[in-house]
Design a protein around this ligand. Sequence first.
Ligand code: NAD
Length: 291
Amino acid sequence: MMRAAFIGLGNMGRPMAAALARAGVETRGFDLNASLIEAAASDGVVAARSLRDAIDVADVAITMLQSGDQTLAVWREIAPQGRGKLLIDCSTIDVESARAAHSLAQENGALSVDAPVSGGVAGARAATLTFMCGGAEEAFAAARPILEHMGAHALHCGGAGMGQAAKICNNLMLGVTMIATAEAFVLAERLGLSHRALFEAASISSGQSWSLTSYCPVPEMTPASPANNDYKPGFMTTLMLKDLRLAQEAAARAGAASPLGAAATQLYALHQSADQGAADFSSIIRLIRGE
Ligand code: NAD
């Protein structure tokens, strides 16, 4: 039987570890917050007492943490016990830290994959996440069946760090199209055009996007839209802002122009500072409306 260590049992990690356990993978969970370890135990995830206790008997270790610094801190501890094992980081972090994590694994004889996710907490609960993966072919081939227990799609995007690159490029598009969609609905309101009429016209025209037809920022247009539920997340404004900042940092390093990304970053930062950090990011329409 495959044995996994799952490190970081927060909003995403807990349901992901639970999905692994449901799939019959013996999963040991660890988090700095002991109450989360206890909570995960009720999902069939064995409580680990330490990082070492989690990794010792595992064939694969998965990390789901908040930042590049956290991933590197944990990988520095687990990589020395990683010989012959597979290390997967599912956190959304900067490309440089992801590459540094791969190097740590390589130096210690472990296979490694960066595998950030799209799909949020709902996707984690339903095990329908999309994993965007970077790393060697061999490492991806080993990771794929494990990731498929937690998600619907696992895509190999290229070498070390390319999963993170795909994720931030995707969220750059998402952050910007959501603002454009919100602007169009607010303009429609001012012009006397109904939400329904704009939605129906643009859904089958060239303004169509996922932000419009799956996640519309005004209520009653699309069934899964947080707008239907007073913008309860969903995907929090703070997390969108985090990802846009990562995209801006990457663009600066790579010498790529990202003027709309820069503007979107500023708008979500303004929205967050108006106490909207915990609201779904599509609530940016409130800022555009001047609420
Ligand atoms: P979270 O803050 O709920 O969970 C992170 C957990 O990591 C915390 O419980 C924390 O205690 C734990 N942790 C930190 N350092 C640790 C250490 N050294 N050892 C053990 N545990 C440690 O965050 P989240 O919402 O689950 O997000 C996790 C990652 O997934 C982030 O990188 C985020 O950007 C990304 N992500 C989140 C969402 C979402 O909707 N929440 C969607 C897509 C991607």
